[in-house]
Design a protein around this ligand. Structure first.
Ligand code: OSB
Ligand code: MG
Length: 356
């Protein structure tokens, strides 16, 4: 799927997304999931190809013909597979959708969600000029979004943040570095504190909790971890070490709803707020992110936003829309509550494998 506009982060530019969708047949019901691995291993270790391989060669044989009572058991059935969370998460989410459809219930309710409306923010990519950033942010605020996150990297940090703050003194503003800095850069990050950011997301190494704990001691601004939190154990370690004060939960990065809910509950016990991150998902992954965001401790606006920000035409109906107040209403229909449009998906499909 071609993005309506390119999205630049510290690790690269995306013009389009190759998206791996999973359709799971469970007791005659069909559920859909999205495996959020990217084309490159530059955000996380998995790629579309590794996820495809692990799904067909390891995940499928462990689930094929297995009897289980609930999608909540899938994570446990896959425990022999180490890592490959995105591959697991795509399949697990599809089984959850199928279970909710079998029960005629919205997935978010089945998961224990409590929020009828989720607060939305946007993630704004790196731009060639500050003027363009300011225009884009102005449009997002006009659309109602409650929080602005901008991507930063060395050379695109203090200046764009300062200019944005000058223009919009009162907005909820944060930055995401996607691991572009080293501990030696801490003084640059310290300078960002003059602009009262809500948080600084993943400034240091993708798997480096220790350095984040050291950095958090030097900063007043909360650090939020994204890349570092790929398991419940890492989440616990991050909280105990003081490596962050906020956690971004992504279904794919942690391996599905079971680990996502455990991390959510752990954070809730420790009074660590969480929010739902995005991976430039199609409508299917987006619908799952909405379901996850209804859990009680998703108290901060996340990166889940309207379909039209990404796609000319999404693969679900209705498309995801955001209210003038910057919220998305949790859907009333069964399962993910949005219908995948088969003809549109077929048209976009370049490779398919049926496992049976
Ligand atoms: O770090 O949150 C991230 C996109 C791709 C990979 C990593 C990230 C992102 C985003 C975009 O920030 C979130 C979205 O709008 O879906
Ligand atoms: Mg991030």
């Amino acid at each position: 799927m071609k993005l309506v506009k390119p999205f630049e982060t510290s690790f690269g530019v995306a013009h389009e997304r190759r998206i791996l969708l999973v359709e799971a047949e469970v007791d005659g019901a069909t559920g859909w999931g999205e495996t959020v691995a990217g084309d490159t291993p530059f955000y996380a270790p998995e790629t579309v190809e590794t996820a495809w391989h692990v799904t067909r060669a390891f995940i499928w044989p462990m689930l094929k013909g297995r009897e289980f009572q609930s999608a909540a058991e899938v994570w446990g059935l896959l425990r022999r597979i180490r890592g490959h969370n995105m591959a697991k998460g795509g399949v697990e989410a599809a089984v959850w959708d199928a279970e909710a459809r079998l029960k005629g219930q919205p997935l978010w309710k089945l998961l224990g969600g409590v929020r009828e409306e989720i607060p939305c923010g946007v993630s704004v990519g790196i731009k060639p000029f500050v003027e363009e950033l300011i225009t884009t942010v102005g449009q997002e605020l006009e659309a109602g979004y409650q929080r602005i996150k901008i991507k930063i990297k060395p050379g695109w940090d203090v200046q764009p943040v300062a200019r944005l703050r000058e223009k919009y003194p009162r907005i909820r503003l944060m930055v995401d570095a996607n691991s572009a800095y080293r501990m030696d850069d801490w003084e640059t990050l310290k300078r960002l504190e003059a602009y009262y950011l809500m948080m600084i997301e993943q400034p240091l190494g993708w798997d480096d909790l220790y350095s984040h704990a050291e950095l958090q001691k030097k900063l007043e601004t909360p650090i939020c971890l994204d890349e570092c939190i790929h398991t419940e154990e890492q989440a616990r370690a991050a909280i105990e070490l003081g490596a962050c004060r906020i956690i971004n939960i992504k279904l794919g990065r942690v391996g599905g709803y079971t680990p996502a809910r455990r991390i959510h509950d752990l954070c809730q016990e420790r009074s660590v707020p969480v929010w739902c991150g995005g991976m430039l998902e199609s409508g299917i992954g987006r619908a799952h992110n909405i379901a996850l965001s209804t859990l009680a401790n998703f108290s901060l606006p996340g990166d889940v936003s309207a379909s039209r920000r990404y796609w000319e035409q999404d693969v679900i109906e209705p498309e995801v829309e955001v209210s003038r107040q910057g919220t998305i209403r949790a859907p009333a229909g069964p399962g993910i509550g949005f219908e995948p449009v088969r003809e549109r998906i077929e048209k976009l499909t370049v490779n398919r494998e049926v496992l049976e």
